[in-house]
Design a protein around this ligand. Structure first.
Ligand code: 2AM
Ligand code: CA
Ligand code: CA
Ligand code: CA
Length: 264
């Protein structure tokens, strides 16, 4: 191993906590809000400022690493060679703007295509989910347990209502029988938080139709470290350089839902 992953882990956690303080401090200031792909796809000056903060910190400390960030201040990353930081500075921007809660910083650090470090920081709850491949996953200082098998009837499924009404991504009837069968459904509006909740056993499945690598990179490392599964809707491995539908869950729920509802 040519890298000191422990040092990188300590550095990442310090940077994430500092970024969290910057976000909390910004609550007193007026946000500049712009739209991206559509009127409901929001971005603020804080999304940009926090991404720039990470890019500058990483460039200084680890100039040989590359950074893929949602807001485009990092590198143009088209392959996963070497060490790549995949960063969403604020995941759940709509929640950040409207609620000042239920948003997170999400970071995955990959080496030669393999997820090594994963972080999701729910800033307002001060919950830092962190994992290092082969060394366990944690919520703050508490070690997360391997995910237990849950029957579909007792599963809590995270699914946005968007996918149950006519939409451009999927036949809106697809998930109705599954929604009827599970114990309950939830939607938190932050992919990173939903993935962190899977890792913590607070949710048993999460289905969404279009995410980018910065939405799921940190969560994938976390979930895999507790024995969960993160794939596309066909059960195939996710690309770390392309957007994709995402289905994450504990292993039993993931397999059953794939076999009975998705792989048809
Ligand atoms: P974001 O807040 O970082 O943009 C909202 O249901 C979740 O989907 C959030 O995690 C959000 O991330 C993500 N998402 C991905 N692509 C999106 C888009 N084009 N518009 C809004 N949210 C998007
Ligand atoms: Ca966004
Ligand atoms: Ca996001
Ligand atoms: Ca974002």
């Amino acid at each position: 191993m040519d890298k000191n992953w422990n040092d990188i882990d300590v550095f990442a956690k310090e940077a994430i906590k500092e970024a969290g303080r910057k976000i909390i401090d910004s609550f007193d200031e007026v946000l500049k809000i712009q739209t991206k792909t559509n009127v409901n796809d929001l971005v603020t000056n804080m999304d940009k400022q926090i991404e720039k903060f990470f890019v500058e910190m990483i460039d200084k400390q680890y100039p040989e690493h590359r950074v893929m960030g949602e807001e485009g201040f990092g590198d143009q990353v088209e392959d996963m060679k070497g060490t790549v930081w995949i960063i969403d500075p604020i995941d759940g921007t709509m929640n950040f703007v409207h609620q000042q809660r239920n948003f997170a910083i999400s970071i995955g650090v990959f080496h030669e295509g393999e997820g090594v470090l994963g972080y999701i920081y729910d800033v307002v709850s001060d919950e830092l989910y962190h994992a290092r491949k082969g060394h366990g996953a944690f919520l703050n200082d508490e070690k997360l347990s391997p995910l237990k098998d849950v029957p579909i009837e007792e599963a809590i499924l995270s699914l946005n209502a968007t996918w149950l009404v006519p939409n451009r991504k999927v036949d809106h009837e697809t998930f109705i029988p599954l929604v009827h069968r599970v114990r309950g459904t939830r939607s938190y509006g932050s992919a990173a938080i939903e993935l962190a909740y899977i890792a913590a056993g607070r949710l048993d499945g999460y289905i969404t139709l279009r995410l980018s690598p910065w939405d799921f990179a940190g969560g994938k490392v976390l979930i895999e470290e507790v024995g969960g599964v993160v794939t596309d809707l066909n059960g195939e491995e996710l690309s770390m350089v392309d957007h994709s539908p995402v289905f994450a869950g504990n292993p039993a729920v993931h397999q059953e839902v794939l076999n009975q509802y998705l792989k048809k």
